[in-house]
Design a protein around this ligand. Structure first.
Ligand code: CP3
Length: 356
């Protein structure tokens, strides 16, 4: 290991927070619920604030980051805030030239395809993330008893953007690199794991209460590829956080075939997309990791939120029932909130979860 994580000196004690109890495998008296992408374009108050601010600039302006992070907590009464940021922020802070294009996603100025490209990647210094640390400190002071989740992209998902140069359907250049030049691939992921540890270490030291590692595009890989080319690097990140004592959540999309392997990467909570019922997911995780509690997060289909309340309620109740097969459950979506979602439907899902 080349880098260790800074101690979480600023850590608050939130012994009764339902999210933190569930992450340890307990069943708190209230089902914890939050939503991936709860801060964002589904909220009119977000669209107003972001109107003339580029995404990366908003992520590097502490007061704005703090306000955007708080918006969904005030509106919905969710059991966690998630830091408003982006998986590309540590690359941006390190000096890698990229943009986040509305409606498209992250786009790289110069994709990474060769050993010399990998060698030229700048190292991220924690000081470059001072605006992120400042935002976390503001939030911890504002949030009261609501936990703050920090996050980062997993090395594989970051590599996919770097190698493809932007969002990708088939991840063909990424797979070409891993299979044709595994040494270059592993050197790249090794550097990205260091960068991710620095990003999460800064958030931990500034006071986040839990962390989520997003391996959003891991579902593009076969289990064999995942175990060889992605898992060791995610496992190093998750192990590097063990000393902080913070609950670690690990999520990807289309990862039904990978749930067992992902469960072995070392997180405390496994995030599940909408394709696999939570009772089936619980069996897969338990089989792969027979010791310790099975804690699942998910997995209401974000598209169902556009189907009207009767359908949303029926699906949310099904998810909650299926979640009872796990030792503990954190209610969430199976991926991020879609921008066209009526935010009142999210508030009602929170009320439903809390009424049980
Ligand atoms: O969940 C939250 O409320 C916290 C905010 C958050 C954002 N990005 C804000 C954002 C989180 C957790 C992320 C992580 C992220 N970013 C991931 C992993 C999570 C996932 O969805 O799988 C990924 C793959 C990215 C890369 C990225 N950044 C994409 C695909 C996009 C969307 C592009 C678009 O316009 O549709 C972004 C931009 C982005 N990140 C937005 C937000 C709110 C939209 C930008 C805007 O409002 O203009």
């Amino acid at each position: 290991m080349t880098k260790s994580t800074a101690p979480a000196t600023a850590r608050r004690l939130l012994p009764d927070a339902p999210l933190l109890l569930a992450a340890r495998g307990e069943r708190p008296n209230r089902l914890p619920v939050w939503f991936m992408r709860q801060a964002g374009r589904s909220l009119p108050e977000y669209r107003e604030l972001r109107a003339d601010q580029p995404m990366l600039q908003a992520c590097m302006t502490p007061e704005l980051t703090c306000e955007i992070t708080l918006q969904p907590v005030r509106r919905h009464g969710v059991d966690a805030a998630i830091l408003f940021s982006d998986i590309m922020v540590p690359l941006h802070a390190a000096g890698v030239e990229l943009d986040i294009v509305p409606g498209t996603g992250p786009v790289m100025e110069r994709p990474i395809r060769s050993a010399s490209d990998v060698m030229a990647l700048p190292v991220l210094e924690p000081e470059a993330l001072e605006p992120v640390a400042a935002a976390v400190r503001l939030l911890v002071a504002e949030l009261g008893r609501t936990p703050l989740i920090g996050f980062a992209g997993a090395p594989f998902t970051l590599a996919s953007y770097l190698v493809e140069g932007g969002p990708s359907r088939h991840h063909e250049r990424t797979k070409a690199l891993m299979h044709s030049a595994p040494d270059v691939w592993h050197a790249l992921l090794d550097r990205l794991a260091d960068l991710t540890l620095t990003f999460l270490g800064v958030q931990a030291a500034a006071g986040v209460d839990a962390v989520q590692l997003f391996d959003s595009w891991a579902g593009a890989l076969s289990e064999r590829e995942y175990r060889r080319f992605a898992l060791p690097h995610s496992a190093r990140v998750l192990a590097g956080l063990a000393g902080t004592g913070l609950p670690r959540i690990h999520f990807g999309v289309g990862t039904g075939e990978l749930l067992g392997a992902m469960a072995q990467a070392g997180a405390d909570v496994v995030g599940v997309d909408w394709r696999v019922p939570l009772d089936v997911a619980a069996q897969r995780v338990r089989a792969a990791r027979p010791h310790g509690p099975v804690v699942l997060q998910g997995n209401l289909d974000p598209a169902v939120l556009l189907a009207g309340w009767p359908a949303i309620e029926a699906q949310a109740r099904r998810v909650i029932d299926e979640g009872s097969a796990a030792d503990a459950h954190v209610l969430n979506l199976g991926h991020g909130v879609l921008p066209e979602t009526d935010p009142d439907m999210l508030t009602r899902v929170v009320e439903l979860a809390h009424s049980r």
